[in-house]
Write a protein that binds this ligand. Structure first.
Ligand code: SAH
Length: 347
């Protein structure tokens, strides 16, 4: 059994090394400090070599290792991470005025089956542990100057459905926001879901202050079922009710993600349906054009139609903006880089 050390909080790590390796609590604290910096065993110079060697026999210090970086003309960076068992996942770092947002994966692959998404094409391989989600943040943060925080915001919008890996994702949230560790507040973290309504409510009940995003893409229940199979289990109404519940409990406005697919969800009647479904809710709609994935055969809506769709929403009194598309030249859509890597396209 391999132990991923990033899975541990400071107190859990202390327990683990003091009982299993017979070392003092201050050594645990030193190791924890190194792990938070994204360091591997050989870099932990104030920890004895014997202990490091013993730990390395059954434990992993770097839970997500960057094995490839692509940099876009707009500065966006895409990373391919390798996990201890050889699986690969991807993440994206986007630069904004207020800081750097890292998009992380929560699963290897995905089993949600959304028709437009590259991440789900090969199905779910496995869940990521809490430490493997954290490890992506730590690895990218370590690329900074060490003085300022390099990663300031996190979005759980990479491969995988975060609420399909609920326990590990919530454990990740507690690790990443802990003052012992990297201490990124939940207010700076967004979680995007395809609409697993009961889990959205469970998040609300936990009293979290995360930003919740619902990937809606169509407000018509039957049409949404065609592109997002999860809708057969939890209807549009149930997903939106869960958003209302989230707002009531946490006071945080929910974001609705709406990806425009050519000829499928981008007409005036779709805007009307969306507006009436969202009427009276405290939400904001983020609109983007589909990033085409060659295997799906679907196309993104044209620039013109996208602008019109936004105008319709504005006229209908719905708060909506276009989400900036970044990193278009570096396989921006989630799952694309991993797929091309697995296909042996390693340039
Ligand atoms: N499973 C979660 C998070 C991962 S997907 C969810 O469904 O929200 C992150 C976002 O990207 C979702 O809104 C998803 O619908 C969208 N997305 C997936 N593939 C896309 C593509 N090819 N172009 C544009 N958006 C896409």
């Amino acid at each position: 059994m391999t132990t991923v050390l990033h899975d541990f909080s400071l107190s859990e790590l202390t327990e683990f090394v003091t009982t299993g390796f017979d070392v003092k609590p201050f050594v645990a604290k030193q190791i924890f400090g190194w792990l938070t910096k994204g360091a591997d065993f050989h870099q932990m110079t104030n920890v004895s070599k014997t202990l490091r060697e013993k730990l390395a026999q059954s434990c992993v210090a770097v839970s997500a290792r960057i094995i490839k970086t692509l940099t876009s003309v707009d500065g966006t960076q895409k990373f391919l991470f390798q996990l201890f068992d050889g699986n690969v996942i991807e993440g994206v770092l986007m630069n904004y005025k207020y800081g750097n947002t890292l998009c992380v994966s929560s699963q290897v692959g995905c089993r949600m089956g959304c028709k437009f998404c590259a991440s789900t094409l090969g199905g779910l391989v496995r869940n990521l542990s809490a430490g493997e989600i954290l490890g992506q943040v730590l690895a990218v943060n370590a690329l900074g100057d060490g003085k300022n925080r390099h990663v300031t915001n996190i979005v759980l919008m990479g491969s995988g459905e975060p609420l399909d890996n609920f326990d590990n994702v919530t454990k990740f949230l507690s690790l990443v926001s802990s003052p012992d560790g990297i201490n990124i507040s939940e207010r700076n973290i967004s979680l995007s879901t395809c609409g697993i309504a009961p889990k959205m409510k469970q998040l609300a009940d936990m009293g979290c202050s995360l930003n919740l995003t619902l990937s809606l893409h169509n407000a018509d229940n039957e049409q949404r079922q065609e592109i997002m199979p999860i809708c057969k289990k939890y209807s549009v109404t149930e997903a939106l009710d869960a958003c209302r519940y989230y707002f009531q409990k946490t006071g945080r406005r929910v974001i609705v993600e709406y990806t425009l697919i050519d000829g499928q969800n981008d007409t005036y009647s779709h805007a009307l349906k969306l507006a009436s479904a969202l009427r009276g809710m405290s939400v904001h709609v983020n609109v983007i054009a589909l990033n085409p994935v060659k295997e799906t055969g679907l196309k993104g809506t044209s620039e013109n139609t996208l602008k019109k769709f936004l105008q319709y929403l504005e006229k209908l009194g719905i708060s909506a903006t276009r989400r900036r598309t970044m990193g278009q030249d570096i396989q921006g859509a989630c799952g694309q880089l991993r797929r091309s890597y697995l296909a042996g396209d390693n340039d």
